[in-house]
Write a protein that binds this ligand. Structure first.
Ligand SMILES: N[C@@H](CCC(=O)N[C@@H](CS)C(=O)NCC(=O)O)C(=O)O
Length: 334
C-alpha cells in the first residue's frame, strides 16, 4: 500500500514529511479532496488520530499522527539516510534542533499569529511575551548560523527540513522584513533552504509578509456564563474601553520613545511630537499597529542642523512657550 498523507496541500506540518520523502526516495500520495474541518472530523479519521488533527500518514502497518513523528518515520524508511547524519552525536543534535524548532520557534510563532487570526484570544501582554520568546529563540538560532550553513554537519538533515517548515509560516504570515532583519543569518539560512530544488518543489515560491496581520475583530462566542446579567459592581464597559489605546501602543514600547505636545491656549490646538525609533526606519509593525500615525506629517530630524537640534531639546524639556505658543499638555511615551 502506498503511503497516504492526510492534510491540505498548504499545511506546513504536512510539508515536513513531503520534503523528507523527496530526500529519501519515498513516495507519498496526498489524500484527494481533503477538506479541513470536515475530512479530519469523520469517524474514520478519528480512528486514525483521536484528536482529529492533521497531518496523518496512512501506512501498510497502520496510521501515524504528529508531523515530526511522521517525518522521522519517512526518513527512517531509507537505510542510513544522511538526513539523520552520520554519527550518534549528529543524530543527537538533529533531534535537539527538531525539538528547538518545535518548542521555541513554532510555538512562539503560533502564540503571536493565531490570536491575530482570531483562532485564540488576543491579549497584548501575551503577544508581547510571545514576540520576546520568539526573538530569544531566533537570536540563539542566528548565533548558531553565524558559523554554520546547516543546523548539523555539512549537509541538509531532517532538522533543517522541520526548522524551515516551521519558519515558513512565520515568514509568510507575520515576520516582516523589519522584524527578521535583526537575524540576518536566519534570513540567509531560510531563503537558502526554501530555494533548494527539493524544498521548492513542495513549498513553491514564498513571499515574505509585508505587514503584520491586524487583530481579527471576533467577539468571543457567548457562553451560558457570559450571557448571565452582570452583577452591579462589575466595571462598566466604558471603563474597560478606556485602557484600549494604551494596549494598542504596548507592542511599540521596546522600539520607540516619544514625546507628544498639545500646543496652544485655546482650540484649535496643535499636536506635535518627537519620536525616536530603534533602527533606521519606523518599524513596519509600529506603522501597522498605530493606525493614527498616518494622521501626522513625519519628518526625519537632521541633527547637524542647529535649529532642529534646538527644537528637539525644547520638545524633550517641555519648553514653554513652544514656538511662541502656550503648552497645554505634554505626554511622554516610553
Ligand atoms: N503537533 C501537531 C499539530 C497538528 C495541528 O495543530 N494541526 C492543525 C493544522 S496545522 C489541525 O489539524 N487543526 C485542526 C483542529 O485543531 O481541529 C503536529 O505537528 O502534527
Amino acid at each position: 500500500m502506498a503511503l497516504v498523507l492526510h492534510a491540505s496541500s498548504t499545511n506546513k506540518n504536512g510539508y515536513k514529511a513531503l520534503i523528507a520523502a523527496e530526500y529519501s526516495d519515498v513516495k507519498i500520495e496526498l489524500v484527494k479532496n481533503f477538506e479541513m474541518g470536515v475530512s479530519n472530523k469523520t469517524p474514520e479519521f478519528l480512528k486514525m488520530n483521536p484528536i482529529g488533527k492533521v497531518p496523518v500518514l496512512e501506512t501498510s502497518d497502520g496510521p501515524l499522527f504528529e508531523s515530526n513523528a511522521i517525518a522521522r518515520y519517512v526518513t527512517r524508511l531509507k537505510a542510513d539516510n544522511p538526513l539523520y547524519g552520520t554519527s550518534l552525536i549528529d543524530y543527537g543534535r538533529i533531534e535537539q534542533w527538531i525539538d528547538f524548532a518545535t518548542a521555541e520557534i513554532d510555538v512562539n510563532i503560533g502564540r503571536w499569529l493565531y490570536p491575530r487570526f482570531g483562532l485564540t484570544v488576543y491579549l497584548p501582554p501575551a503577544e508581547e511575551a510571545a514576540i520576546a520568546a520568539l526573538k530569544r529563540a531566533l537570536g540563539a538560532l542566528n548565533t548558531h548560523l553565524t558559523s554554520n550553513t546547516y543546523l548539523v554537519g555539512h549537509g541538509i538533515t531532517l532538522a533543517d527540513i522541520i526548522m524551515t517548515c516551521n519558519l515558513s509560516i512565520g515568514f509568510k504570515a507575520i515576520m516582516t522584513k523589519s522584524f527578521t532583519s535583526e537575524f540576518p543569518h536566519v534570513e540567509r539560512y531560510f531563503w537558502t533552504m526554501v530555494n533548494q530544488p527539493k524544498f521548492h518543489k513542495i513549498l513553491g515560491d514564498l513571499k515574505q509578509a509585508e505587514s503584520i496581520p491586524p487583530v481579527a475583530s471576533k467577539k468571543p462566542a457567548q457562553t451560558k456564563e457570559s450571557a448571565k446579567p452582570k452583577p452591579k459592581d462589575e466595571p462598566k464597559e466604558e471603563a474597560k474601553k478606556e485602557v484600549k489605546p494604551k494596549e494598542r501602543m504596548d507592542l511599540a514600547r521596546k522600539y520607540a520613545f516619544g514625546k507628544m505636545l498639545i500646543i496652544g491656549s485655546e482650540p484649535p490646538f496643535k499636536v506635535k511630537g518627537l519620536w525616536l525609533f530603534r533602527g533606521k526606519e519606523i518599524p513596519q509593525f509600529v506603522l501597522d499597529e498605530c493606525y493614527d500615525m498616518e494622521l501626522y506629517e513625519w519628518t526625519k530630524v537632521d541633527l547637524n542642523d542647529e535649529a532642529q537640534k534646538e527644537r528637539v531639546s525644547q520638545m524633550i524639556e517641555d519648553a514653554e512657550p513652544f514656538e511662541g505658543e502656550a503648552l497645554l499638555d505634554a505626554k511622554c511615551f516610553k
